[in-house]
Structures are given as C-alpha cells and as structure tokens.
Design a protein around this ligand. Structure first.
Ligand code: C2E
Ligand code: MG
Ligand code: MG
Ligand code: MG
Length: 282
C-alpha cells in the first residue's frame, strides 16, 4: 500500500499537473502584487456600425497586465487563475474603477465617448454586490449609467441564479445595458434568455471564424442573429478579421462589428484620439 502511494506521489510530482499548480500559485502571488502596484490598465477595442463601418458606435474595455519582470500577461492566462481565488472579485472592482476614471477624463476633456462595454466574471456577479458597487463608483466619478454596458457569459446563469437575476434586474433598473457575451459557447436556455432584460447579443469569435467557409458556423451565426432579432436585441460580431466575414455579417443583418479587421484594442489615449469632441469640432 505504502509503495503504491509512493509511486503515485512520484508520478504526481513528475507530472505537468504539479508544474501547472506551481505556475498558478506564482501567477496568483504576482497578480496580488499587480493589484497593489497598479500594474493593471484597460484598453479599448472600438466597435463599428456594420453597414457604415467607419462609424464608431461603441467599445469594449479589456483588461491588460504589464508584469515588470515577465512583460505583458494576457487575460486569457490570468483571468482563469483569478477565477479560482478571491482575486477575481478584486479585479472586478478594479475594472469598475479604471473604467469610470478613464470615462471621467474623456468627459472632462469635452469628448463624447460612446457606450463602453466591460466584462464581468460569473463569480463577481454571484457575490451579489456588483450593482451596488457599480452605482457607488459611477456616482463618485459622475458617470451616468447610460454610458456603460455590462457583458456576461452564459456560464453566469448556471449557478446561484436567484442572486444573478437580482443583480441583473438592479443593473437594468439603474439604466445600465446588458449584453450576453460569447453567445453560443455555453448552455443557456431560450427560456432564460427571454426572461433577461438584455440589450445586446455578442456572437463569439469561434463562429465568426467560420463565416464564408464553414456551414456549421454559418448556421449557428444565422440562428443567433434570427433569435436576437426576434427578441429585439442588438447584435455584435466579435473577432472579425477578414473582409469576407464582414460581408457575410452585413448580408445577414448583424448590427455591429468588432475585430482586428477594423481595429485592435487601443490604449486609452489612442482611443481618445478617435472620439468626437464637440468643443473643438470644426
Ligand atoms: P471576450 O470578452 O470575448 O473579449 C474579446 C477578446 O477577443 C479580446 O481578447 C479581444 O482582444 C479579442 N479579439 C477581438 N477581436 C479579435 C480579432 O479580430 N482576432 C483575434 N484573434 N482576437 C480578437 P482579450 O483582451 O485577450 O480578452 C480575452 C478574454 O478575457 C475576454 O474575452 C474576457 O473573457 C476576458 N477578459 C478581458 N478583460 C476582462 C475584464 O476586465 N474582466 C473579466 N472578468 N474578464 C476579462
Ligand atoms: Mg467581452
Ligand atoms: Mg466576447
Ligand atoms: Mg470571446
């Protein structure tokens, strides 16, 4: 028996799993330090009107982390690690703060920013403090609720749905728009979607990738667009990289386009340069 255990333990320590846990622990420590040392910022990816793609109609705020030793670390790497600890909640509060601060700066300088979307992880939503915190931060920075939109994924709806629905209703009552993100990658029932006061549906990049060459992806995109139209939701396609994807989305009535074809996520000052300033406009 002891021999068996010893062998198993050896195997565990040899395995990639151990390396992976070690890496996660290191990343978690570094992320805690990042929050204290202000190593996090937001970038803004512009969204354009599908039928007139030179028209800026919105943006998504995306978190960036510049680690002094390891350089930039992508949210695809650190968000999942943060999700496993209490850090994701701290990150969530920081994002609210950073976003309202940037908006306040643009508004004070006379710019007219479009509605900015930001991402909220399921865990943060389930804490039940999200809407109240957001209200507090918006008030402190004099940001009106109509300036913001919250993106959440279908996974948000699978657990503790009572609290999640309360939060969603509180946000809607406050006048903050709601978008369902990465649509088609999770399991949300149509019944659930119908009950939610959603403003927008975002078609995930995995399906956008196949537009123009993959019938299966096209079928999902077509069904998503039809459903959104039936529910009266605005539609945004994310991850649009090619002119043929854009053409497909235009032909199928998608409202808005977000992707590297039109713009990458921009530093706050570069995004500001795209904004209209009524005071200085000729
Ligand atoms: P998401 O919310 O679906 O965000 C869209 C992601 O697709 C972003 O990656 C964006 O840079 C990328 N993207 C947009 N257009 C293109 C394109 O044409 N080609 C390619 N290859 N990629 C494109 P990013 O910034 O790395 O974020 C990844 C994910 O991390 C986000 O997916 C979101 O789930 C999460 N995330 C980012 N910022 C936050 C945040 O502030 N809070 C939370 N909770 N999650 C965040
Ligand atoms: Mg998003
Ligand atoms: Mg998305
Ligand atoms: Mg996505």
């Amino acid at each position: 028996q002891a021999k068996e255990d010893g062998r198993n333990r050896l195997r565990l320590y040899d395995s990639g799993l151990h390396q992976c846990l070690l890496r996660e622990a290191t990343l978690e420590t570094a992320l805690r330090r990042a929050l204290t040392n202000d190593e996090l910022r937001l970038v803004y990816q512009p969204q354009f009107d599908a039928s007139t793609p030179e028209r800026l109609v919105g943006a998504e705020a995306l978190l960036r982390w510049q680690d002094p030793e390891n350089g930039p670390i992508s949210p695809g790497q650190f968000i999942p690690v943060a999700e496993k600890s209490d850090l994701i909640t701290e990150l969530g509060w920081r994002v609210q703060e950073l976003l309202c601060k940037d908006l306040q700066r643009w508004l004070a300088a006379g710019f007219a920013p479009p509605v900015i979307s930001f991402n909220v992880s399921p865990k943060t939503f389930r804490e039940g403090q999200f809407a109240a915190r957001l209200h507090e931060v918006m008030t402190r920075y004099h940001i009106s609720p109509g300036q913001l939109q919250v993106e959440f994924t279908e996974g948000t709806l699978t657990d503790r749905s009572d609290i999640v629905f309360q939060e969603i209703q509180a946000l809607q009552k406050a006048g903050v728009d709601l978008a369902i993100d990465d649509f088609g990658t999770g399991y949300s029932s149509l019944e659930n979607l119908k009950r939610l006061p959603l403003a927008e549906l975002k078609i995930d990049k995995t399906f956008v990738d196949g537009l123009g060459n993959n019938e299966h992806d096209e079928a999902i995109a077509r069904a998503s667009l039809a459903m959104a139209q039936a529910f009266g939701l605005r539609t945004v396609a994310e991850g649009v990289e090619t002119p043929s994807q854009l053409a497909w989305l235009q032909a199928h009535g998608c409202d808005r386009i977000q992707g590297f074809l039109l713009a990458r996520p921009l530093e706050a000052e570069d995004f500001q340069a795209m904004l209209h300033n009524p005071d200085t406009a000729a």
